[in-house]
Write a protein that binds this ligand. Structure first.
Ligand SMILES: [Zn+2]
Ligand SMILES: [Zn+2]
Length: 651
């Protein structure tokens, strides 16, 4: 611990998690602060958090900073340990592969584990077992992990044959004179840390997969080899994680999407540009119709805008200044155009084209609007990250006194949607950030009305102070799927900026011009993301009202084919198919199960003689002697009520 003379140097004050203040020496580090609190805590310190940011225990603190000490009992400990595990991976790679050839890039911890990127590494999935064994050896060898601060010049020398590290170093050189290395055994890495004390502290490690990754995420750069892994404190935690991961993989929407012929993303048509096949579009169409009904009931008018606008519009909306890097922009003749990244400016332009009286408001526009956002190619994945997606967009232009009533109605629509899919949800109110547009009066008025709406619902909600957009407060929804994963949900966003940019106005009761408040809202958000989530939530076993194929008729033999078609005809209000393949009943049942069809109708000689059917559901339950009429009535109700599980045989 450093000694200092309080007479000559000002003490620093750091703020601890319980709000209490701690006075420390001006050159104190995180670890010094921990010792100041107590010697036991000092010895246990692994790392620290300064204003929420994870840092090494050697990091100096500064006046007024919020300090949290990280020990092996903290939530962040796993993150620190996984970072150390990523170092072990790189060390193992350099032991087993030609270390002059292989170049090191970066190796951070992630939410679920860690990765390390290598250039010039020729490796297959089968080689991961050997690497894992070498990592286990490094853990067993229990090297101390030692930090060393060195000058930039010294670092340059040590990294002379690591071009990627040198590139990183060059950037650090602008900000600092010294950088840190972490050394374990014969191996060291340029790294800010933090790390655990020794490799022996790393519990159970598992390497998961190999992927390609562009250096610094930029597709102009070299494609490197990324090895993903994870680490836990013990074997049983790792096993539990691998089980959860397997469950998530079983539900992977890309695989199920392919198996059910829902959609494809092809090289020839372009990355991040999903194509919906007939079964996929069938599901989407049901989703569209569902919100269309809700919109119609709530007084929305549908509008339609093109996929592309002159960039004059994007200048006006501010997207050009703030968002151009993520837009597809191109010239046609002397004009510049951009694919729309959002639907709002088009809707504002429609509102602006007419004059309005206070009595006309609220005006509510809805559009299933396709938008285009240029995400990094390396980040594109299935339907979760795409270049083209459709928003079930809605924009309202209202008087300030209508905020509460309109937001309440939107909240009803959103909760209606989430409850229909059996999704548990949470809500949060995001309030005025430091930098914002709009008067104090409108902000206070708006926040108060949003709070009223939330209070009335008698559900707990979080207030995220200062987390609103600069142009208005918002209510965010988050929901949980069937395997407990959390997803960002719909948003109700107030906007005091766009009406100003578009000079929107209405004539008030006082005969003066007033600016309306704009509300952005979506019930699903992006159809793509929502569809993806539903595929994984239901594991492709959609509720009857969504299922691409609702009923399949299985004739027991070819002799019953005629009757099978006759029965199918009785169900022509539903999406029904006849399995007319020359195959055994057992195989047909298996196929219908694999195709995730909610109901099977089985017809043989008995059924044909009696003029009825046997019904089998996806839970493998079967009922004989069912009247066609009775089953049809049941299906109508199950669809009408949007029930989540087929329940004809489950009552
Ligand atoms: Zn590191
Ligand atoms: Zn919008």
């Amino acid at each position: 611990m450093s000694e200092s003379d309080p007479q000559s140097q000002e003490q620093l004050v750091v703020v601890l998690p319980d709000g209490s203040e701690l006075e420390v020496a001006p050159d104190a580090t995180v670890e010094d602060c921990a010792y100041e609190i107590g010697p036991g805590l000092g010895r246990d310190t692994v790392a620290g958090k300064l204003d929420g940011e994870l840092v090494a225990k050697e990091q100096p603190v500064y006046d007024g900073v919020g300090l949290e000490i990280v020990t092996d009992g903290s939530d962040e400990y796993l993150e620190v340990m996984r970072h150390s595990a990523s170092h072990c991976l790189a060390q193992a790679v350099e032991r087993l592969y030609d270390e002059d050839e292989v170049k090191l890039a970066i190796g951070p911890p992630t939410d679920e584990g860690f990765y390390y990127d290598f250039d010039n590494l020729d490796i297959d999935e089968e080689d991961l077992a050997d690497l894992e064994e070498e990592i286990e050896a490094i853990v067993a060898e229990d090297y101390d992990i030692e930090r060393e601060d060195v000058s930039i010049e010294e670092a340059e020398e040590r990294l002379s044959d690591e071009p990627y590290k040198l590139e990183l170093l060059e950037e650090f050189a602008d900000e600092t004179d010294t950088v840190s290395f972490y050394k374990q055994g014969e191996w060291e890495d340029l790294c800010a840390g933090p790390h655990v004390d020794s490799t022996g502290e790393i519990g159970a490690v598992e390497l998961l997969e190999i992927a390609g990754a562009y250096w610094r995420g930029d597709e102009e750069n070299t494609m490197q080899t990324r090895i993903y892994g994870t680490a836990f404190e013990d074997e049983s935690d790792l096993e539990a994680f691998l089980e959860r991961k397997q469950e998530a993989e079983k539900r992977d929407h890309r695989r199920i999407g392919n198996e059910m012929n829902l959609f494809s993303i092809q090289d020839v048509t372009g990355p991040g540009l999903p194509l919906y096949h007939p079964p996929g579009k069938t599901v989407l169409k049901e989703l569209e119709d569902f919100v269309e009904d809700l919109n119609q009931d709530a007084g929305y008018d549908y509008v339609e805008t093109p996929h592309v606008f002159k960039t004059d519009l994007w200048h006006r909306s501010g997207h050009y200044q703030n968002y151009a890097d993520d837009m597809f922009i191109f010239d046609v003749g002397d004009d510049e155009f951009g694919l729309k990244p959002m639907n709002c400016p088009g809707h504002a332009a429609i509102f602006q084209d007419q004059s309005w009286s206070y009595r006309d408001l609220p005006i509510r526009y809805a559009e299933n609007g396709k938008v285009y956002r240029k995400e990094q190619r390396g980040e594109l994945s299935g339907l979760s990250r795409v270049w083209a997606f459709t928003i079930d967009d809605g924009h309202l232009f209202i008087r300030p006194d209508q905020i509460e009533q309109e937001v309440e109605e939107i909240m009803d629509m959103i909760t209606d949607v989430l409850e229909t899919f059996d999704l548990e949800y949470e809500m949060a109110l995001a309030t005025r950030p430091e930098k914002s547009v709009g008067s104090d009066e409108i902000w206070e008025h708006a926040e108060e009305q949003l709070e009223n709406v939330l209070e009335k619902r008698n559900l707990e909600y979080e207030v995220e102070e200062g987390d609103g957009a600069f142009y208005g407060p918002k209510i965010d929804f988050a929901f949980e799927d069937a395997i407990g994963r959390s997803w960002d949900g719909p948003t109700v966003q107030l906007d005091f900026n766009m009406p100003d940019r578009f000079d929107l106005s209405y004539v008030g009761e006082d005969n003066e011009e007033h600016e309306p408040v704009m509300i952005h809202r979506a019930l699903y958000g992006s159809y793509e993301r929502f569809f993806m989530m539903l595929i994984e939530h239901y594991e492709g076993r959609f509720p009857l009202w969504l299922a691409p194929e609702q009923v399949r008729v299985l004739p027991i033999s070819d002799n019953n084919l005629g009757y099978a078609y006759q029965v199918a005809n009785e169900f022509d209000d539903f999406r029904v198919e006849v399995d007319d393949r020359d195959s055994t009943l057992e195989r047909k049942i298996r196929a219908a199960h694999d195709d995730r069809v909610p109901y099977q109708i089985i017809v043989g000689d008995n059924e044909e003689d009696d003029g009825n059917i046997s019904v089998r559901d996806r839970f493998e339950d079967q009922e004989y002697d069912v009247e066609i009429e009775a089953f049809r009535n049941h299906l109508e109700n199950e669809v009408e009520e949007q029930r989540t599980e087929p329940d004809f045989l489950q009552d």
